[in-house]
Design a protein around this ligand. Structure first.
Ligand code: M6R
Length: 615
């Protein structure tokens, strides 16, 4: 949700900012802009609607010399995507410029007050209000930029990560965060970088400071970083060594990040499993579980909170945890949970799942669970993000940066971690025998190879996609473990091809959606050979009897469904609890190829952002 970049140093400021914006474009891409603090002490602001490439074209003939700068790629909240609403915003006197990720909830109130003091506004954004407020305070109180930012933020209700520059203080950037991420890179020769995540500066430095909520950083050329809070109390500067590599941030020969990430899954699953399935598959070792055995042993209930694809992974987690650990599980959309007066008890374990680790609704749900005294466990991908920091214990999925907006390798990583978690908790609670654990553990070790096998279906799926590209609606059906896979398959198709698709429990079809079935609407049925196989065969027959066309994902060698369906994709035979990882991969590829056939931008689908840091 909006990406921020900042730089102060001897390098080419504009180039560094633009490259950084490209890295953060997954966070939003409806407009972009830069504010360059020129050597002569001016602030030149250039902005353009659309992707960062549009900004680059716009800037071609401009004076881009700078000693420092800030930049932004936007996902609109207040005001439509347009040049004028694009960031950076500046104060009316043009003395300060600001970029912002988040939402200022009381901006209307602040705007009314500022208007009474004679300020006028040019954009519809909440951010311009903050720019004017900071400058108003700076002029009225005759104070430093740092003090003005601090005073302004005391009046703000909402979420923000901001970076501010001032004309008369050209060697300084002031940055602050509350509920939106911000990382500071410490470069050579007194230079500094600033970004919504570390990817824009990973090639320049591996020394990174993640700002915490309520902190303000004073970034001055050649001066050690100083961090204070809203009460002007100094905090320690915790420097983290980054483990990211540039190759993880590039397409590596693939036409799109999404395809690269789909094909990375054998290796990301290996990384996810490494060190966690031990003794030749006989035992499961999850540190966050081992360190908190009592919490998991005594849990009366597990509550899973997440959004989007992570919520689908959570639904699979419910089947896993109930099957293996015999513990009741509820799965909630974090956005609904937080406003539903949730009843959480001290003996509940709450599991928050989030690829980005920054989803605002999931963070709010965590807060509620903590206040109710529950033990909160996080499953995340981004090291150092807010969710791992806000939870009591947790487990990374270790799939590397996921840049395609449509989640693929993070989904299979989340499902893998949930499977390991269920096995680890079953070990502690004694709900599975050693033999049962070893049987699944040994299969998990082979799972990356099976996924490699599934990826070989890619050419077949590409051909099939041509048949299905022009359907206007799709139905995805599955039962048991395959029901959340159906939901996830439908979401992937919607997100990147803009085709309406609905995921449904196959047996529920006859209670309504069956009315939609005709030759025009393909049904994708996820039907591996599990304990509900016979039941889903009936569902296949019901669709067939009504003239619907069927694409089925089946276990290799299945001749029954092969005779009923129009097309089948065969996947390897794995234990039921591991089937979601195997069956979701062909659906990712199907969505990808359909979207490509339709000429869509799969990595940056319209209206979406990778990291949803606003409500
Ligand atoms: O970072 P998170 O896992 O918390 O994100 C949750 C959703 O926003 C995310 O899964 C979204 O649905 C993706 N675009 C799915 O492809």
């Amino acid at each position: 949700m909006c990406g921020i970049v900042g730089y102060l140093g001897e390098g080419n400021v504009y180039d560094i900012l633009i490259k950084g914006l490209h890295r953060l474009e997954y966070r939003g891409y409806d407009s972009a802009g830069v504010a360059l603090v020129s050597p002569s002490g001016n602030i030149n602001v250039f902005k353009a609607k659309g992707k960062v490439a549009n900004l680059e074209s716009f800037c071609q003939s401009k004076d881009l010399s700078a000693r420092a700068g800030i930049a932004h790629t936007r996902w609109a909240t207040h005001g439509e995507p347009s040049d004028v609403n694009a960031h950076p915003h500046f104060s009316e006197d043009g003395n300060i410029a600001i970029v912002h990720n988040g939402t200022i909830e009381n901006y209307k109130l602040l705007k009314d007050v500022l208007e009474k003091h004679g300020c006028s506004f040019h954009s519809e954004t909440d951010t311009e209000v903050l720019a004017q407020l900071i400058e108003y305070i700076r002029v009225t109180n005759k104070c430093s930029l740092l003090d003005a930012v601090r005073e302004a933020l005391k009046q703000v209700v909402g979420a923000y990560a901001i970076a501010v520059v001032a004309k008369d203080d050209p060697d300084t950037i002031i940055a602050a965060r509350q509920s939106s991420p911000l990382a500071i890179g410490i470069g050579e020769n007194g230079s500094y970088f600033l970004a919504s995540d570390a990817s824009p500066f990973v090639e320049y430095t591996n020394e990174c400071v993640y700002l915490k909520d309520g902190e303000i950083a004073e970034i001055r050329r050649g001066v050690p970083l100083k961090i204070t809070n809203l009460n002007n109390e100094e905090s320690t500067v915790d420097v983290t060594t980054l483990q990211l590599s540039i190759s993880q941030l590039e397409k590596g020969g693939y036409p799109h990040f999404m395809l690269k990430e789909i094909f990375e899954q054998p290796s990301t699953l290996r990384d996810c499993i490494r060190g966690r399935v031990v003794a030749d598959g006989d035992r499961i070792n999850i540190n966050g579980v081992n360190d908190n055995k009592e919490k998991f042993r005594n849990a009366k209930r597990i509550v899973i909170v997440a959004c989007g694809t992570s919520w689908h992974a959570g639904l699979i987690g419910k089947y896993l945890l109930q099957d293996m650990c015999k513990v009741p599980v509820v799965v909630e959309y974090a956005s609904e949970f937080r406003y539903s007066n949730p009843i959480i008890n001290a003996d509940d374990v709450v599991i928050a799942i989030s690829q980005s680790g920054e989803t605002a609704d999931t963070l709010a749900a965590i807060q509620i669970a903590k206040e109710a005294g529950a033990f909160v466990f996080g499953i995340s991908n981004v090291v150092g993000s807010s969710i791992p920091r806000e939870t009591y214990a947790g487990c990374y999925i270790h799939v590397g940066p996921e840049i395609g907006v449509a989640s693929t390798k993070a989904f299979t990583g989340q499902v893998m971690v949930l499977t390991l978690l269920a096995l680890a908790i079953a070990q502690i609670r004694g709900t599975l025998s050693d033999e049962e654990i070893a049987k699944v553990g040994k299969c998990i070790l082979k799972l990356p190879d099976y996924v490699e096998q599934v990826l070989k279906l890619s050419p077949q799926i590409e051909r099939l996609s041509l048949i299905y590209t022009y359907a206007r609606n799709f139905l995805y059906l599955g039962r048991g473990y395959s029901y959340p896979v159906a939901l996830e398959g439908a979401l992937k198709l919607k997100e990147i091809s803009y085709i309406h698709a609905e995921g449904y429990p196959a047996a529920e079809m006859k209670h309504g959606p069956i009315a939609l079935i005709d030759q025009e609407m393909p049904t994708v049925i996820i039907a591996p050979q599990d304990h509900l196989y016979e039941k889903i065969v009936s569902n296949v027959q019901q669709v067939k009897a009504r003239g619907g066309s069927i694409l089925a994902i089946v276990t290799e060698g299945d001749s029954v469904i092969a005779n009923l369906a129009d097309h089948v994709l065969e996947v390897p035979d794995v234990p039921e609890c591991l089937s979601p990882i195997i069956t979701s991969v062909p659906l990712q590829l199907l969505s990808y190829y359909i979207a490509i056939n339709k000429g869509k931008d799969v990595d940056m689908p319209r209206n979406l952002a990778k990291s949803v840091t606003v409500e």
